[in-house]
Structure formats: structure tokens, C-alpha cells
Design a protein around this ligand. Sequence first.
Ligand code: SAH
Ligand code: SF4
Length: 363
Amino acid sequence: MKEFKKLLEQNDFSKDDILSLLKSEGEDNALLLKRSREVADAHIGQKVFLRGLIEYSNICSKNCFYCGIRKGNKAQTRYVMEDEEVLDCTRFAYEKSYGSIVIQTGERADKAFTDKIEHLIRQIKELSHGELGITLSLGEQTAETYQKWFDAGAHRYLLRIETSNPDLYLRYHPDDGNHRFEERLAALERIRRAGFQLGTGVMIGLPGQTLEDLANDLLFIKQLDVDMVGMGPYIEHEDTPMFGDPELILTKMERYQLSLNMLATLRLMMPNINMAATTAMQAIHPDGREEAILAGANIVMPNITPLKYRECYLLYDGKPCVDEEPARCHGCIISRIQSTGNQVGLGEWGDSRHFLAKQVYKY
Ligand code: SAH
Ligand code: SF4
């Protein structure tokens, strides 16, 4: 077994190395978390960038077994935000100097929806004089749709692979032709080809998922050479088929700790990508986002969805801030980030340095 400290100085990691990092405990684990923040500081600096999160609609054509807004959850009231509400959120983000917003929804591919998104992207760009960056998280789409949205002005896209193990993917999704692992992979390539900064990620601590699966997830992310990552703990939702799965063996706190180790390990493997401190971390631990930043994350997504919709966008149980006004969230998030000793990158897009480095290299 290699000496743990030596492992932390490497910049290339085998699966065994990754497993050692993910399994680390006590003093070794503290060293890992310290080292990952140092690597972040050295490669991307101490700024944390904000993306105001707009949960535009919870209507979804899919039925992922883990998700609270899956089509089959008949207990869920459905909504789509009015255009004016989206623009109000955008105005709020712009006035507060958030560099960017994220539009996230359930997955829909009908023309009315894709045209509406295109229209909203153009309006957001106009309203902010081109200043707000736009990230999309709208699921699998055709090459034409991705291109249409990119050409309208969005420039980053997040599509989690959820798990890089095709057998597990099949276990967490219905085998109905509408949830295919190969199709998700192909969609990731289409996103990149359209010109977007590409983001992916996985859920951590899923039933039946091993530590080796998670090590493979990190190797997958590295090999895909993504620009951004959003990954966090799996959290049950009581109205989903996966609720009560006997193979869910990790406690929430174990999933949380494993998520910190995943973030820290990935930061060592990919020093200059953007990495989110996800809301799911905060759902388990009140200081979850701060601890994720301390483990090397550099992106926070304050929820700016109007309060009246928040209760309807519960992907998992115990989602935090469902009754917090965006204005209150704002002060809270700024002081939380500052409490980590990092600065808030106000008024900046905070694009992925990994992406930008590749652009320079290309020309
Ligand atoms: N419909 C889009 C975007 C919304 S869902 C899509 O699926 O890509 C965004 C993310 O929420 C998913 O990628 C998934 O990783 C996460 N998510 C869904 N249910 C979850 C749960 N129960 N626990 C943790 N994360 C969950
Ligand atoms: Fe729909 Fe996304 Fe939830 Fe799957 S994870 S059910 S695609 S919102």
C-alpha cells in the first residue's frame, strides 16, 4: 500500500489509488480534504461563482425510479412558470450580480417546449444586456434542439450520467426504450458538439452501488473530459419506486461523507474543472455546501424559483430552503461562502477554466 501522503501529490490516479482516497478515514481523510482545497486554490483560485437556479417546470416525460417529479408520481401537482415570472427571477439575479442563471426542468422534447426555452434564453440575454451566463439542465434532446438553444445564447449544459455502470443504470430506470444508457452517452456528445461547456455527474450512495462503481464513475468523468461536474448524495423520496430499497445500506451521513470524498478525489484528478456544491449536500447536513467548498467545489446554485413552486419541485425528501425567499437566501448564501474563507465571484460568468484552456489550445 502506497503511503497516503505520496498519493495526494500525484496527478494521475489508478483505480486502486482512487479507492484508497474514497475509503480514507480520520487523519488521512483530513489530509485529503485539505489537499483538494489547496489544489483548487492553485488551479482555479478562491472564488466561488453563483448560478441562480430557476426550476422552470416539474412536468416530466420520464420515470426515473429515484426522482420525486417522475411522470408516474400522480401525487405531484404540475406547473410551468409564466414567462414574466422567469424574467422576474432573472432580474433578481441580474440586480444581485449573480454572474449566471441555470434553467432546470423535468424532461420534455415537444416543439412547444423547445421553442419556449429558446424564446426565454433570448429574452434573458436581452434583459441582462448579454451579461448573464446561462446554464441549461433540461435532459436529453436532439442535436437540433441543443444547437437551437446554444445559438440563442445558452453556453453551459449539465446532464448527469447518474451512474457510469450500465447495469446499475438499467436498475434505476424503466426498461421502456425511453431511458437508455447509450442514448444518455450519445446526448452528452451532442451537447459538446453543439458548443456547450459540458457538465455531467452521478448520484452517490445509491442502492446496490459499490465503492468500485464510484471509482469507475470518477474515471468515466475524467475520460469524458468534461468541463463541469454536479454530483451529490442520493436521497430517497417516499413517492418513488426506489423508496425502501433494502440494498440502500449507507446511512445519509455515510452518503454525505462519501460525497465529500468523491468531490475531493475528483478535484485532485481534474484540478481546473468547475464543481458544484450541491443542494443535496445541504439537505443532509446544514453546512453541506460550505464543506463541499472546503473539499474543492467552486460553484453554488442559490435557488431563485418563486416560493409558490418550490414545494412542487422536490426531487428528494428534505430538500432545504423550500420556504426561503430568494432575497433571504441571497444574504445567507453570501455569508456562508465567505465563512469558508473564499470570495464570491459576483458579476462574473466563472466559466470552466478547463474548457477555456482547451479553447486556447485549439487555436
Ligand atoms: N430532468 C433533468 C434535470 C432535472 S433532474 C435531468 O434528469 O437531467 C436533475 C438531477 O437531480 C438528476 O440528474 C439527478 O441526478 C438528481 N436527482 C433526481 N432525484 C434525486 C434523488 N432522489 N436524490 C438525489 N438526486 C436526485
Ligand atoms: Fe424527470 Fe430528470 Fe426526474 Fe428523471 S431525474 S424523472 S428526467 S426530472
